[in-house]
Ligand binder design. Sequence first.
Ligand code: F6P
Length: 567
Amino acid sequence: MASSTLICETQPWKDLKAHLDDIKNTHLRNLMSDTERCKSMMLEFDNLFVDYSRQCATADTIDKLLKLAEAARLKEKITSMFNGERINSTENRPVLHAALRAPRDAVIQNDGTNVVPEVWQVLDKIRDFSERIRTGAWVGATGKTLTDVIAVGIGGSFLGPLFVHTALQTDPEGIKSATGRKLRFLANVDPIDVARNITGLIPETTLVVVVSKTFTTAETMLNARILREWISSSLGPEAVAKHMVAVSTNLTLVKKFGIDPENAFAFWDWVGGRYSVCSAVGVLPLSLQYGFPVVEKFLKGASSIDQHFRSTPFERNIPVLLGLLSVWNVSFLGYPARAILPYSQALEKFAPHIQQVSMESNGKGVSIEGVPLPFEAGEIDFGEPGTNGQHSFYQLIHQGRIIPCDFIGVVKSQQPVYLKGEVVNNHDELMSNFFAQPDALAYGKTAEQLLNENVAQHLISHKTFSGNRPSLSLLLPSLSAYNIGQLLAIYEHRVVVEGFIWGINSFDQWGVELGKSLASQVRKQLHASRKKEPIEGFNFSTTTMLTKYLEASEDVPADPSTHLPNI
Ligand code: F6P
């Protein structure tokens, strides 16, 4: 494919469009009865099991998708990524997040330099620092051990670490290693989030980690200044050196903020924010809470998937096949959304993280060459753990719109519970739903079945389920740090595969800039308006809303003295 050719102009894309008629004549009820087909749609790797037999697809569809991958030069693009080529062309950067979890002896080049030694230099610094904090070798300004951590950051500097923290919180190894410690995340600039974070903590025993790739994000920097004040008003300004550290690519701004660059943990511009959980962004706060050895297992799980993704033939390659099937669902079957449904409460923050990884990466309207796309790229991701979601939005998924679902199950619960005399234990009850839902979606229920069950005539249409609703199931052996790393890397690479097929840049995020610059115009106006200057330069709607807001909050001082939340 010539570099400026859009993927939709290639023959494999056209063949898939033509193939839609074959698929429209099938129903999952029939497809599922073909055991050979189902067998060919199951994958196993490193104790993971993936079943995509409930996708509206045949062996022919997979063949055609693999041809599409060839037309998109998927293999070459994956190789270019791992080789450190500047595939993020609008920012002129390589995309090397896989290097963050590469083994110490791996070689991954950026501009002729192996980046793995510098990755390990930072990891070793984190190991050492987190051990000193955890053992009390590094103490706060009054000599007390720092048992609590507030990580200040937003977006990619927040969602991934929060997902992993939430998942490890109930893991027996996680619990043991985090005894006596607290980890909190301050993301929102909303003062309520500030209040929630500092409530119950005291500066004397708290370490603040400011996490920002750029060290310019308005919300993060305001929150960081608030916490700096929280510390210095209680312990004196010199205490900041003992109570605040940073994670950033911008060490100049770290220093300007007042944090000693010695106490800063670097990462690199070849790590996209949403792909940064395996850098110091995630590894530092998580190591402070759980210890580096636990976090290292998480990195190893992710690395295992990196190697699988890089070297496994596409017909057995989990992220590649999942990515291709997503493209099939979005671009051919016309299903724009995807539900991420982990049957594990420990994964409650997984969907929010993948929302950013997927939608910030692939929510694009032009090709990587800047040509407007004549098709929709990107997927609308949302999700909740099962079975909570079942009692919320599954009605729409079963009888309303068609939303391909990812069911994620775990064989061994982190926290088994048994009650004598019950038919099944809690985890088996949970997993009964994990196994039942995909079949309910795939098979549905016909009017004929309902008649046989003597359902009243006037309820038949209400109780009919069309079925033929695609899903895939991913079964993890347990939810250890290692498995959490595997899960993360599968989704990261799957999103990248989708972007490579659509021919877009999955590594930039220009779409977030306009709102930021408009907010800065409003910020200036609010500052002026608090000093009673008139509102200028906004449209009628915004002017009206600003006026109402300002009139109703006249008591806000124009030049306030510091006031920190106290709840
Ligand atoms: O506004 C979006 C964004 O740029 C994300 O891409 C990023 O993860 C987040 O803001 C936070 O950025 P930083 O880590 O530079 O503070």
